[in-house]
Design a protein. Structure first.
Length: 274
């Protein structure tokens, strides 16, 4: 069987989520098809040469191990190692520059700027969200008033209006295939998720960003919010190690996801025709 190095941080304490439970479940099922070993993100670069592929899953925010991640990424690219998700992603994998690019290109994204001179491009609001371009899991995120925002704008942060959205919703894809959607009906409880039945328009919205990205194999999560006017706006495009919230699915839904992920990995490893 092919050998997979599964990168996870089982000890990471995520707010409202248990990363370890999700990866214990996934690895127990992936072992049916693959010889699999777990390691922490700081050990991946040293170990990956002994495996056919590296699967990066719930490894925590890169900011907490930036040097180790940079070394892993550089070594993987230089050696041609197979990393799942592939390191060509243009979403959160590469920082949050994509929010600026997509906003400037007219995509349905929360308006985003990174320059004091561009603040006028944002809708008028009493509150702004300021977050690091390389942030994750709300690390470094601040909500500030308009009289403070100018003092916080810098090259390494993004500024957005604080949107009073009805709810957040996430769409989960394996390769380019939609698998399921979950939403948080209570805005103040982001990780109390329930199954969501997307409309055709919802799926068209989410697919625009999956198609825009440059990942043929892998798992992507499109996070969006429902704005006051009913429009969906992109919050984040998670393409490095998106948490899957599999515990919010029933047994049938979890099984279907595992089947899809296994098939994707086999295609990625060229073990079955694409």
């Amino acid at each position: 069987m092919p050998r997979i190095l599964y990168v996870t941080d089982l000890a990471y304490q995520a707010r409202g989520r248990r990363y370890c439970d999700e990866d214990i479940f996934l690895t127990s099922r992936l072992r049916e098809d693959f010889d699999l070993a777990l390691c922490g993100p700081r050990n991946a670069a040293a170990l990956m040469d002994a495996f056919d592929a590296v699967v990066v899953r719930n490894s925590g925010p890169v900011l907490t191990y930036q040097d180790a991640y940079d070394d892993f990424r550089e070594r993987a690219i230089s050696t041609g190692a197979r990393v799942y998700n592939p390191l060509s992603g243009r979403g959160d994998m590469a920082g949050k520059q994509y929010l600026l690019d997509l906003s400037a290109a007219g995509y349905p994204v929360i308006p985003t700027v990174d320059n004091v001179d561009d603040l006028h491009r944002l809708p008028e609001t009493d509150r702004y969200v300021v977050k690091p371009k390389l942030g994750a899991d709300s690390m470094g995120l601040e909500i500030v008033t308009g009289d403070r925002v100018r003092d916080l704008v810098a090259e390494d942060v993004l500024v957005q209006p604080c949107v009073d959205f009805a709810y957040e919703v996430s769409f989960y894809f394996v390769d380019h295939d939609f698998r399921y959607a979950l939403y948080a009906p209570h805005p103040d409880r982001r990780w109390q998720l329930e199954p969501y039945e997307p409309t055709d328009a919802d799926l068209e919205f989410a697919r625009r960003f999956v198609d825009w990205n440059t990942i043929d194999h892998g798992i992507q999560r499109v996070d969006a919010c429902r704005a006051p006017d009913g429009e969906l706006l992109l919050v984040e495009l998670e393409d490095l190690n998106p948490y899957l919230s599999l515990d919010a699915l029933g047994e049938e839904g979890r099984d279907a996801f595992v089947v899809a992920m296994k098939a994707s990995l086999h295609r990625f490893l060229d073990l079955i025709p694409a």
